[in-house]
Design a protein around this ligand. Structure first.
Ligand code: SF4
Length: 668
């Protein structure tokens, strides 16, 4: 019997119109667990590095985390993986909500899509009955609208639907897959879904999931619930309110936006407005949010209620959570009323709420600089709100200048030329990042931004505080019940971290400590993305309920695969290395691993070089960031070595690459 997982994947070939239910190999689960790990293994085995993102041979995988559908609180992530049209690298974007548990209850761990349908279709998975259905009548419909129409058509109000909007149909490079309570937004996964001619996947499942040792597992789940209650009553002291609790930042509940509006950048991720937040603005923004917020909502099996349904007068209801509350408002330099209005339209179109506002602000900066002209933007209104709505409509339809902008700032700048590349300034690996511009280099964030392959907006930030607490007494208080640390030494690193003086950024934490902190944070993200855990209860907040000391017990009691901390850490490292290997095969090298140049005003090139050198060594990678033969062997990834040798990425005598390459130079 298989435990926690179903042991079956659905293989759909849209070119041939075939549907297969395929048993999976339990040995692969033991090595890679599930979710991101097994998605990466499938991509390695089946998609050659020469396959273009919009080729029928590119796969689009909807993978559930290993523990999704079990009673583990907040374990509901679908991990969508493919090769991204924007970065040309592996994209893996997560969505919460209810879709992954529903797929498990229908009897499948993954839906693997290959080929391309000549006509627009959707997939209907109803337990053992699976159909490819015509979606011609859904062409051009919004993502939420599509979900509702499909539920009505199937007469199945309980079906969970993941759908693309117009942006996905038109292969906009930052198109999302929307799911009502969540979305998979980063990496242009919606564009690949649209390219395959797949409008939506609807799922209904009513089967059970087996748990190997249910009593033990339920006890662990109850422990997590109790801890969540404890943390609700005991927020972290000494950090901004947004970082004090669990879950996604509670943007739908809070009104005080001083921290975001003064610390984050406006427009095209460039301008700081330090005196923006006044009592008058706070009153107006509070009113705006209260007026449209209908109710708070959660994902499957989670008490946190991080999101809310919003009802903007004259617009259909939609869901919002986290910092997307502010991305459109701040990029367009307008106000919250407008932010809510345009976000509704953007959600129906199905676009990433981080890249899209930046792309539009980038276009307006180019216009101000005279690089784009009235001819390029003919018909654009003169006010900012009108301009943003106008640009959004053109981007998702790929009309006129919208066709260029739909490829994101990196590729649009190349196409526009005339110096436009200087305005695409906020990218890592060709993808728009959080609009944050700071003073002094932070070594931890430097490494996370350089080496993170998740392409999420925060890359891999997590359980180590973002900044030192001013007083040692507060730090001592913080470390007292810091049970989540993998090792006691992390407490000392934090205790000794001062805001000023010898033990402050950029030279403290030391290079060695920085490597260990980043590795810890990264490990937790890879575990979450493999198990299907919400990062908001594990890898993202301070002092979360899930951590490296209790996750092995969750895995062991759910799956029956005996797992200790070392074993789980090794599985996380294996998955992390395989994701890197996929990207290395596609040409990613050290020169791609850099934060936006203006992310910090004060930069330290020598220190930055040393940080990257040492982190690469720490991870078992050579100086180009390529995993070495030795480290691949230790992770049972010798087949990666073989392919690297064949392709000259590694050589027989040394681990150095035979030639330097970069994803930047890869043919698009
Ligand atoms: S913590 Fe928030 S985002 Fe995470 S599963 Fe719970 S409700 Fe969803």
């Amino acid at each position: 019997m298989r435990y926690a997982e179903t042991g079956f994947n659905l293989e759909i070939d849209l070119s041939r119109g075939s549907i297969e239910r395929v048993a999976t190999d339990p040995g692969v689960t033991e090595l890679h667990l599930g979710g991101l790990g097994t998605n990466a293994k499938i991509l390695w085995d089946r998609v050659s590095h020469e396959v273009e993102p919009f080729s029928p041979d590119n796969l689009l995988i909807f993978g559930t985390g290993l523990l999704c559908g079990t009673p583990a609180v907040g374990c509901n992530r679908t991990i969508l993986s493919t090769f991204s049209p924007q970065t040309l690298l592996m994209a893996y974007s997560m969505m919460g909500g209810f879709w992954a548990p529903e797929l498990k209850y229908a009897g499948y761990d993954k839906v693997i899509i290959r080929g391309k349908s000549p006509d627009l279709v959707y997939l209907w998975i109803n337990n053992d009955q699976v159909e490819i259905r015509d979606a011609a009548h859904l062409r051009g419909k919004g993502a939420m609208e599509t979900s509702e129409l499909i539920r009505q058509e199937l007469k199945e109000p309980k079906a969970q639907v993941s759908a693309i909007g117009l942006a996905g149909e038109n292969r906009v490079y930052f198109a999302s897959v929307e799911q009502g309570r969540s979305s998979a937004s980063r990496g242009g996964i919606g564009a690949v879904m649209g390219d395959k001619g797949l409008k939506a996947i609807a799922v209904r499942g009513t089967k059970d999931i087996n748990i190997a040792r249910p009593d033990e597992f339920m006890e662990l789940c109850n422990g997590v619930l109790k801890y969540i209650q404890f943390r609700e009553k005991n927020p972290i002291k000494g950090v901004p309110p947004i970082l004090a609790g669990l879950g996604s930042p509670q943007e739908m509940a809070i009104h005080d936006e001083e921290w975001h509006t003064t610390n984050f950048a406006w427009g095209n991720a460039r301008h700081r407005i330090k005196d923006y937040w006044t009592e008058e603005v706070e009153r107006k923004w509070t009113e705006s949010l209260e007026k449209v917020r209908e109710r708070f909502i959660s994902c499957y099996n989670c008490p946190m209620k991080c999101g809310a349904t919003l009802n903007v007068p004259g617009h259909p209801t939609y869901m919002m959570k986290c910092y997307s509350k502010l991305t459109y408002t701040m990029a367009s330099m307008t106000d919250l009323d407008f932010g809510f209005k345009i976000a509704q339209r953007a959600t129906e179109y199905g676009v990433d709420a981080f890249s899209t506002p930046q792309v539009m602000a980038f276009a307006l900066e180019l216009y101000e600089a005279g690089i784009l002209t009235d001819r390029d933007l003919s018909g654009m209104p003169s006010d900012n709100e009108g301009r943003f709505l106008w640009l959004l409509d053109r981007i998702v339809r790929r009309e006129g200048i919208g066709d260029v902008l739909a490829n994101g700032t990196h590729w649009a700048a190349k196409q526009i030329g005339k110096g436009a590349e200087a305005y695409a300034h906020n990218n890592i690996k060709k993808h728009e990042q959080l609009p944050l511009k700071l003073g002094m280099l932070n070594p931890i964030y430097f490494l996370m931004y350089c080496t993170g392959e998740k392409i999420n907006i925060t890359q891999i930030e997590g359980q180590f505080p973002q900044a030192p607490f001013p007083n040692r007494e507060d730090r001592e208080e913080f470390v007292k019940d810091w049970i989540q640390v993998p090792d006691e030494k992390f407490k000392q690193y934090f205790l000794d971290w001062d805001p000023r003086g010898e033990n402050s950024i950029p030279y403290y934490p030391t290079i060695e400590a920085t490597c260990e902190i980043v590795d810890w944070q990264e490990k937790m993200h890879y575990l979450d993305d493999t198990l299907g855990m919400c990062a908001g209860l594990s890898s993202f907040p301070l002092k979360p309920p899930y951590h490296i000391h209790n996750l092995p017990d969750f895995v062991s009691s759910a799956t029956g695969i005996e797992m200790d901390e070392a074993g789980l850490s090794q599985a996380a490292k294996r998955n992390r290395t395989l994701v890197r290997a996929l990207n290395i095969k596609r040409g990613m090298r050290r020169k791609d691993e850099k934060p936006p140049e203006d992310h910090w005003r004060k930069r330290f090139p020598e220190l930055e070089t040393k940080l990257l050198d040492e982190y690469y060594k720490f991870k078992g990678w050579n100086n180009q960031g390529i995993p070495t033969k030795e480290s691949l062997h230790e992770l049972s990834l010798d087949y990666v070595t073989e392919e690297f040798l064949q392709r000259g990425i590694l050589t027989d005598n040394e681990d150095a690459p035979s030639k330097e390459a970069s994803a930047e130079t890869e043919k698009k």
